[in-house]
Design a protein around this ligand. Structure first.
Ligand SMILES: C[S@@+](CC[C@H](N)C(=O)[O-])C[C@H]1O[C@@H](n2cnc3c(N)ncnc32)[C@H](O)[C@@H]1O
Length: 238
């Protein structure tokens, strides 16, 4: 599953599109679009002002121009973009309706909105292990005041977007890891999770509950490994 249908569709429809990546973070899915449209005009928006520090820490340069901007109130004219992308950000946003209205506003009438989102259902055991770890991170983020929900089922995602857009195409993207021994990874994750849980401003009993969850998930990863859950890629029009 390589999102081939989506790439074919976009190549036929656009030549050098003006593309907006909402919640661009450290890139992710937008790189697939840079491959299809090397001459396209890309801009990403991100609300977290520390994003540039993250790039520095990873020793990377952003692949596209990044503007610090809140997706709930975008500083772009109506009908500006050929393609708007929202990738793995759906479960990071509280006011989804507001952001979907904004995306609709800045998207050209003949433009397309692409939502890429890891689904929470119909997963292999390795993918479930990644999902469970991700959900634990979301719980820790919420304790730290960072908005981060659990991921959604494919049906829940489609139901939500259908209130705003018409789905033209459904596609999938899978990343399979080639790790054969997860011991090092699990040890690293254990250190990170222990520190994060320890630093939370919650009671000892709550910390214990989180630690037990972490132990269970890490045991499962050690036993069966982990893979990023299948990403649902919806291509939509307004
Ligand atoms: C998990 S990251 C996804 C990054 C990237 N799009 C990808 O595919 O990997 C979600 C990003 O959305 C950003 N974000 C959340 N709410 C936002 C908002 N209201 N406006 C702009 N960015 C936002 C977060 O700061 C975070 O960097």
């Amino acid at each position: 599953m390589e999102m081939g249908k989506t790439k074919e569709f976009l190549k036929k429809r656009f030549k050098n599109p003006y593309v907006l990546d909402v919640g661009t973070g450290l890139g992710g899915l937008v790189n697939e679009f840079l491959e299809i449209f090397p001459e396209g005009n890309f801009v990403g928006i991100e609300s977290d002002e520390t994003v540039f520090e993250h790039y520095k820490k990873h020793g990377e340069e952003p692949a596209i121009e990044i503007k610090i901007m809140d997706a709930e109130k975008m500083d772009f004219e109506d009908n500006s973009f050929d393609i708007v992308i929202l990738s793995n950000t759906f479960h990071h946003i509280k006011n989804k309706g507001k952001i979907f209205d904004e995306i609709k506003r800045v998207l050209k009438n003949d433009g397309v909105f692409i939502l890429g989102e890891m689904r929470s259902d119909d997963l292999s055991q390795k993918q479930k292990n990644h999902r469970d770890l991700h959900h634990l991170s979301a719980e820790i983020d919420m304790h730290n005041g960072i908005y981060h929900e659990n991921t959604y089922t494919e049906e829940e995602i489609v139901d939500f977007v259908s209130e705003f857009f018409d789905v033209l195409l459904t596609d999938y993207l899978d990343y399979e890891s080639d790790v054969s021994d997860y011991t090092d990874m699990v040890n690293r994750l254990r250190d990170i999770l222990d520190k994060k849980i320890d630093n939370l401003d919650i009671g000892i009993d709550e910390k214990k509950v989180l630690s037990n969850k972490a132990d269970e998930i890490l045991e499962n990863i050690l036993e069966n490994g982990k893979d990023i859950p299948t990403m649902v890629i919806l291509t939509m029009k307004k």
